[in-house]
Design a protein around this ligand. Structure first.
Ligand code: PMP
Length: 383
């Protein structure tokens, strides 16, 4: 099998499973218990937190462990909005291409009467900064923007939007789930109030992530309880936290790894475009993370291409794993103004650390012969 769906999830890094197993076997006590086993778990938790903080450039006390990015996003938006609303800043500004779960939260808030705006994107998937400047006004308490889009890989102008948010006194939250591990990241240097991430996107376990929250920023907890300094109640998932820390420790030279993957991705896109007519890459005109290729083969429906890929032993998807399988075109492509039939042809190939040059050569040798006859039919049909 060749796995080209790393934006959906990644395989565990070496050492992650062993570290988790060891914690489940020997470190299973509750970190809040006062007896020696509890104190041992508490020390393991502190060590993992310190290691996560070191890898992400935050203070240990700034990392709040959550069940993943979805929960971290909810905690950031609901928790920061509560304080902002009390300060007379009820409006929240999102981008129109946030993760589906995050947009669903925005819609729930809008239905409850919270003023919510969405910044659009240009045809290449890049955020429309003019619209951002128009929408981020004096009544805005929170701006929430992803660092890299999960479908297109387009890198969003976080620093520019942070400047707009801070100029009006609003807080800034960044969903960095598809960014961390693919490019150098440092919470302190980013200068925003809150960042979400999920361990399983960077070769850690599923069901664990974090909200990084700048020291001193008021947050209303969404789950009551004394854990995580009263910011997120619930017994800490120590095996998963230890696995998360192990995955971050294993990241190594992120820049060098990302450059290698970007080179493979570029070779893949160039090769497919040389071999087949009508191959179009979404977001190609904008800066993108190097692992992601979101493309269409003429107007061949995505399921037809995915079926051929499966035949070749390649795992890929038609877009976000959470919404693939549905017949509705991606909201990201709709926001980019992509016509419906083009959007329904979108296939996402997302590379990762395990992807090799041989994988790409194999794909370039085997996929075009399977798709070429279909594309001829497709063209004849369209003519
Ligand atoms: N945000 C982004 C940008 C994502 O890609 C994802 C995962 N697809 C999430 C949030 C949610 O992460 P999780 O499912 O781990 O909570």
């Amino acid at each position: 099998m060749i796995y080209l769906d790393h934006n959906a999830t990644t395989p565990p890094a070496p050492g992650v499973v062993q570290a988790m197993l060891a914690t489940m076997t020997d470190g299973w006590a509750n970190a809040s218990s006062q007896h020696p086993l509890g104190q041992q778990a508490k020390r393991a938790l502190a060590a993992a937190r310190a290691s996560v903080a070191r890898a992400l450039g935050c203070k240990p006390s700034e990392a709040i462990f959550t069940s993943g990015a979805t929960e971290a996003n909810h905690l950031a938006v609901l928790g920061l909005h509560a304080a902002a609303r009390e300060a007379g800043r009820p409006r929240i500004v999102f981008s129109a291409v946030e993760h589906a779960g995050h947009l669903a939260l925005a819609r729930v808030l809008a239905a409850q009467g919270v003023p919510v705006d969405f910044i659009g994107v240009r045809a290449d998937g890049m955020l429309d900064l003019d619209e951002a400047a128009r929408l981020i006004g004096a009544d805005v308490g929170l701006v929430s923007l992803m660092a890299a889009n999960n479908e297109t890989g387009v890198l969003m102008p976080v620093a520019d939007v942070r400047a707009l948010a801070h100029a009006v006194g609003a807080r800034m939250h960044v969903d960095a789930t598809q960014f961390i591990g693919k490019a150098p990241f440092d919470f302190a240097a980013l200068g925003v109030e809150a960042v979400s991430l999920s361990a399983h996107k960077l070769r850690g376990p599923k069901g664990i992530g974090a909200l990084l929250l700048r020291q001193g920023v008021a947050l209303r907890p969404q789950m009551q309880g004394s854990q995580e300094r009263h910011r997120r109640g619930g017994t800490e998932n120590l095996p998963a936290i230890v696995g998360f820390a192990a995955a971050l420790d294993a990241l190594g030279d992120v820049e060098a790894k990302a450059a290698r993957v970007a080179h493979l991705r570029d070779a893949l896109e160039a090769g497919l475009q040389r071999a087949l007519p009508g191959v179009r890459v979404f977001g190609a005109g904008a800066p993108r993370v190097g692992c992601t290729s979101y493309l269409r083969f003429g107007q061949l429906p995505a399921e037809v291409v995915l079926q051929r890929l499966e035949q070749l032993g390649v795992c890929a998807s038609s877009g976000a794993a959470c919404s693939s399988g549905g017949s509705e075109p991606s909201h990201v492509l709709a926001a980019m103004g992509v016509p419906r039939d083009d959007a329904l042809a979108a296939v996402r190939l997302s590379l990762g650390e395990a992807t090799t040059a041989r994988d790409i050569e194999y794909l370039l040798a085997t996929l075009p012969p399977l798709l070429a006859p279909l594309l001829e039919n497709d063209a004849a049909h369209a003519a």
